[in-house]
Design a protein around this ligand. Structure first.
Ligand SMILES: NC(=O)c1ccc[n+]([C@@H]2O[C@H](COP(=O)([O-])OP(=O)(O)OC[C@H]3O[C@@H](n4cnc5c(N)ncnc54)[C@H](OP(=O)(O)O)[C@@H]3O)[C@@H](O)[C@H]2O)c1
Length: 291
């Protein structure tokens, strides 16, 4: 008889996310152990509990999910979890703080369905603009698009912040073609030349109003990840899904939600296929492209 599939949910918030818990249960986890208020220090004993309890053959039946609304805090827990493993004595682990990883992957997956990036030469012809590119979601979208070979403009209210994100992405993807911009002439140029525009600004913030949408004459695809009115891109409705509007394809937040949920559930399944999976944004994107 195979061991029960046990998932430890480690969340930096006092109350572990109900959303993440329900997705885990729906994905078929047998037992979900929910821990809130987790810190890198307190994670160590929990990881020891996960990796020392079962024999090596059954370690694939135990896994860890790291989440929470504070993305930096969750990343620190994820890092500590990985450091705590002892060679083959380890379990699979999946990071998705505030849904940032799965949301960014879903956006990149739908974008590259319409703007093919099967090789770098093909991808290099596309110009992408990521508005709100400094947030947890935006910077991940920019990284994934840059990884395909697209030319990516990262927009922020501050060019300094946008440049910091570009540098961070360059550290991960040295061949990335990136440009940081702030509102002004360079952002206007980026809007005019973009084939793809992704709005990843804070909830309820319009980053591209109707007149700017009209100036985005080349844009074939627009994706608005904001589900809270007003829209991040004026004219896009949250439920839009590959909707043809004014000669372009548009997606709203719920329109990419289906693929986001499939990536999340498939990632939970992958956790239990071995004890070695380590699912951060790039691995989740690979899952998304296979769906
Ligand atoms: N469907 C899902 O499951 C899901 C999951 C996660 C996120 N989301 C959505 O994805 C979007 C991005 O999420 P996030 O957590 O990355 O967002 P965030 O951190 O709250 O904001 C992203 C960026 O927006 C910019 N911004 C903030 N306030 C602004 C304002 N008043 N005017 C203009 N720009 C502003 C900031 O960049 P600068 O300060 O550098 O300009 C910030 O870095 C949100 O709309 C969120 O609701 C959806």
């Amino acid at each position: 008889m195979s061991a029960a599939r046990v998932l430890l949910q480690l969340d930096c918030d006092p109350q572990p996310s109900a959303f993440d818990a329900i997705v885990a249960i729906d994905a078929g986890v047998d037992v979900l152990l929910r821990h809130g208020g987790v810190t890198p220090e307190s994670a160590v004993a929990l990881v020891h509990g996960a990796m020392f309890t079962r024999g090596e053959d059954d370690l694939a039946s135990t896994a860890i999910f790291v989440g929470g609304s504070d993305v930096r805090a969750a990343e620190a827990i994820f890092e500590k979890v990985r450091q705590t493993f002892l060679g083959p004595l380890r379990v699979s682990v999946f990071l998705d703080p505030a849904g940032a990883n799965t949301t960014a992957c879903a956006a990149a997956v739908v974008a590259t369905r319409h703007l093919p990036c099967s090789d770098r030469a093909l991808a290099g012809q596309w110009q992408a603009l990521v508005l709100g590119g400094t947030g947890p979601v935006g910077q991940r979208v920019a990284q994934l698009l840059a990884r395909t070979g697209m030319r990516v403009t990262v927009a922020s209210r501050s060019r300094v912040r946008a440049a910091e994100i570009c540098q961070r992405i360059m550290n991960q993807v040295p061949q990335a073609l990136l440009e940081p911009v702030e509102p002004g002439i360079f952002l206007e140029q980026a809007i005019a030349r973009a084939d793809l525009i992704v709005a990843a600004g804070a909830a309820g913030t319009t980053l591209l109003d109707g007149s700017a949408v009209a100036r985005a004459k080349k844009a074939q695809v627009m994706i608005d990840l904001n589900a809270v009115p007003p829209a991040g891109i004026e004219g896009i409705i949250a439920t839009d899904k590959a909707q043809q509007r004014h000669d372009r394809i548009v997606y709203g937040a719920f329109g990419v939600g289906g693929i986001k949920m499939r990536i999340h559930r498939t990632a939970i399944h992958k956790l239990f296929q071995s004890n070695k999976a380590c699912l951060d944004v790039e691995e989740l994107y690979a899952i998304g492209t296979e769906l």
